[in-house]
Design a protein around this ligand. Structure first.
Ligand SMILES: Cc1ncc(COP(=O)(O)O)c(C=O)c1O
Length: 398
């Protein structure tokens, strides 16, 4: 593959820290997870982050926090119909009913003009996705959230390095959930984290990731050093706090070896973002000449797109199919991915909600006609030029 979808940059720091974990026999979550959480909080610009096992868990746990603040199981969460399927899974795993809203085809994000019609007395949150790193219209979303008393949670899985009106994605709502999977900008191999300015939410998140137990310290003295915890037996009504379970929890911890990889990648954060952003801009510019056949997004003055990947959607009426293009790209050493699906109408697991094809036309069009390719730090401008030529060759056949 000349242009693989993803890459991973493993720094000397990451390797040294992993070896140190192995040498010390400290492989579960401890001091490195906490260091990584602090580093991530400073990069995003929030008070706290809580590291978990995946981006899907970050989404799920962020939503599940709402049960501590008055939400009931079965209450509703509004989210875009187009996203990676796990955005929808998370709503269900957290015990809520997903209420899907179609996207705006210009931005690929939730169409904010449709959100208010989806609000009911059972709505508890708006779950905004910054798809392909392009910030959702957060002013409008916050405004609707404020007027209806709804939490605003961001699925910022793809939005490392994105900003909206000067503030980073993940710091724009009540909580922001990030993925740390290998294809993402900062990676721990597998992993995720939730960012928030609300210390109470962070404490509930720490409990949720460890089965809902009463312990929610930022680092656990027993795990880190086998030391004595002053809080553990302090409350006779609770008994052993470590095995007192207060809420429906999850098994979703990050371990120190994963955090080591994250600490390593985050050293190069600015450089990685700069190269990826350069590549993304070159793809957007290169596609200008194909405007008749493809739609992509553009960066507006008020925002910075998080350079996760380059999305492009075949326009209705184009004389070729997505599959033909996908095969052509793959045969020429480029590794594209489809641009997700309309979760309620193109993903079998959501059939029980009773939607039919046609209910979310813009999301479904992208689901059938969209592709995205990586813009990662191992792709050069020559590679981007090669990609544009390969697409050009393909179009000339028609
Ligand atoms: C928008 C979005 N949300 C959630 C996730 C889930 O992240 P993970 O694969 O780390 O569970 C992804 C994964 O890429 C994603 O793209």
């Amino acid at each position: 593959m000349r242009i693989p979808f993803g890459t991973i940059t493993l720094t000397r720091t990451a390797k040294d820290l992993v070896m140190d974990c192995l040498d010390r026999g400290r492989v579960s979550g401890g001091t490195l997870v906490r260091r990584f959480e602090e580093k991530a909080a400073s990069l995003i610009g929030v008070k706290e982050t809580v590291a978990v096992s995946s981006g899907t868990d970050a989404d799920t746990l962020a939503l599940a926090v709402l049960h501590d603040f008055g939400a009931k199981r079965g209450d509703e969460v509004i989210l875009p119909a187009l996203s990676y399927v796990s955005t929808g899974h998370a709503v269900i795993h957290a015990g809520f009913t997903p209420v899907f809203v179609d996207i705006d085809p210009e931005t690929l994000n939730i169409d904010v003009s449709r959100i208010e019609k989806a609000v009911t007395p059972k709505t508890r949150a708006i779950f905004a996705v910054h798809l392909m790193g392009k910030p959702a219209d957060m002013d409008a979303i916050r405004d609707i959230g404020d007027r209806h008393g709804l939490a605003v949670i961001e699925d910022a899985a793809e939005a490392w390095g994105a900003s909206y009106k000067g503030k980073n994605a993940g710091a724009l709502g009540d909580m922001g959930a990030f993925s740390l999977y290998v294809a993402h900008i900062i990676t721990t191999g597998d992993g995720g984290l939730v960012a928030t300015d609300n210390e109470e939410y962070a404490e509930v998140l720490r409990s949720l990731r460890g089965h809902g137990r009463a312990c929610a310290c930022k680092t656990c003295v027993s795990t880190v050093s086998g030391g004595k915890c002053a809080k553990r037996f302090a409350d006779p009504a609770v008994g052993d706090r470590r095995f007192h379970f207060q809420r429906i929890g999850y098994s979703s911890r990050m371990n120190d070896m994963e955090a080591a990889l994250g600490l390593g990648t985050s050293e190069l954060y600015d450089e990685i973002i700069a190269v990826r952003h350069r590549n993304l801009s070159a793809c957007i510019q290169g596609f200008e000449r194909f405007g008749e056949f493809f739609r992509t997004f553009r960066e507006e003055a008020h925002e910075r797109i998080g350079p996760h990947a380059f999305p492009f959607v075949i326009e209705s009426g184009a004389p070729f199919t997505r599959d033909a293009l996908l095969i052509h790209l793959t045969e020429n050493g480029i590794d594209p991915r489809t641009l997700f699906t309309s979760i309620p109408t193109q993903c079998g697991g959501f059939e029980f909600l009773g939607h039919s094809l046609g209910d979310f036309p813009h999301s479904e069009h992208v689901g059938s006609n969209g592709l995205h390719i990586g813009v990662h730090q191992d792709i050069t401008l020559d590679d981007v030029a090669y990609f544009i030529d390969v697409v050009d060759d393909f179009i000339r056949r028609y």
